[in-house]
Design a protein around this ligand. Structure first.
Ligand SMILES: NC(=O)c1ccc[n+]([C@@H]2O[C@H](COP(=O)([O-])OP(=O)(O)OC[C@H]3O[C@@H](n4cnc5c(N)ncnc54)[C@H](O)[C@@H]3O)[C@@H](O)[C@H]2O)c1
Length: 245
């Protein structure tokens, strides 16, 4: 099934992990893809996306925490493709420090990328998208439960769910839906480079680890017309990890 024929999608952080899997999934179902990422290697991965069936794919250098770069990414998308239908706010960073050691600059960096970045994209999307548009925010189970040393990340993801609700309300009059997914542990570089995971402080059983494709499928569903009556929702994609007593 190609649910995204004639659609244009921006995926932030689309050079790696969940973002790349999402770009592949949306592209394989017909979307033209824009990867917005700080990683210069992003442009070398667009061939895989067109190889999977996307009519076109391009990478734009974009630090989502920089308002001007977000505005330019959306403007460049509009001039290249003439429309914008889907934004996946996926790019994020983590810090690993106790609260007593965190500086204001470190807090602001994480919140700037993980929370304000998606807000910049929401504003640009609300101005550019037509009726039927969809935004999907990639949050985390850290929005609900967390471990030590990741306070800015956990706070940013909890706030992202709040932002999802607020944007869904304001999006209704524009007929733009805004939803979130909450991945659990997913097999990506971000997971295995996490010192809490490496040290065993955050315990993850093998059965608790999902694939980037598992999240991409959920994002694609929320972005699709099949989810036309779903907005302001959060879909947990964690294999049942958080439900355990
Ligand atoms: N992997 C997990 O276990 C897991 C669990 C829960 C939530 N998530 C969330 O999934 C999303 C993707 O994570 P992932 O595991 O695929 O990570 P990843 O590290 O594999 O990919 C993150 C991508 O974001 C890009 N990026 C970083 N800062 C950026 C910025 N300022 N502007 C633009 N791009 C930037 C990176 O270059 C990279 O391509 C994140 O929002 C993360 O919080 C991941």
């Amino acid at each position: 099934m190609r649910r995204f024929e004639n659609k244009v999608a921006i995926v932030t952080g689309g050079a790696s992990g969940i973002g790349f899997a999402t770009a592949l999934r949306l592209g394989s179902e017909g979307a033209r893809i824009v990867i917005a990422d700080v990683d210069p290697s992003a442009s070398s991965r667009t061939g895989e996306i067109t190889g999977a069936g996307a009519p076109d794919a391009v990478a734009f250098a974009c630090d989502v925490g920089q308002e001007g770069q977000v505005e330019r990414t959306v403007a460049d998308t509009m001039s290249r493709f003439g429309r914008l239908d889907i934004v996946v706010n996926n790019a994020a960073v983590m810090t690993f420090k106790p609260i007593v050691e965190l500086t204001a600059a470190e807090w602001l960096r994480v919140l700037g990328i993980n929370l304000i970045g998606p807000a910049h994209f929401l504003r640009a999307a609300f101005r550019s998208m037509r009726e039927g548009g969809a935004v999907v925010n990639v949050a985390s189970i850290h929005a609900e439960r967390t471990s030590k040393l990741v306070a800015p990340y956990a706070a940013s993801k909890a706030a992202m769910l709040s932002l999802t609700r607020s944007a869904a309300l304001e999006g209704r009059e524009l007929q733009i839906r805004v939803n979130a997914v909450e991945p659990g542990a997913i097999d990506t570089p971000l997971l295995w480079s996490n010192p809490n995971v490496q040290s065993g402080q955050e315990k993850i059983e093998a059965a608790d680890v999902g694939k980037p494709d598992d999240v991409a499928a959920a994002v694609a569903y929320l972005a699709s017309a099949e989810a036309a009556f779903i907005t302001g929702a959060c879909l947990r994609v964690d294999g049942g990890r958080l439900a355990r007593l």
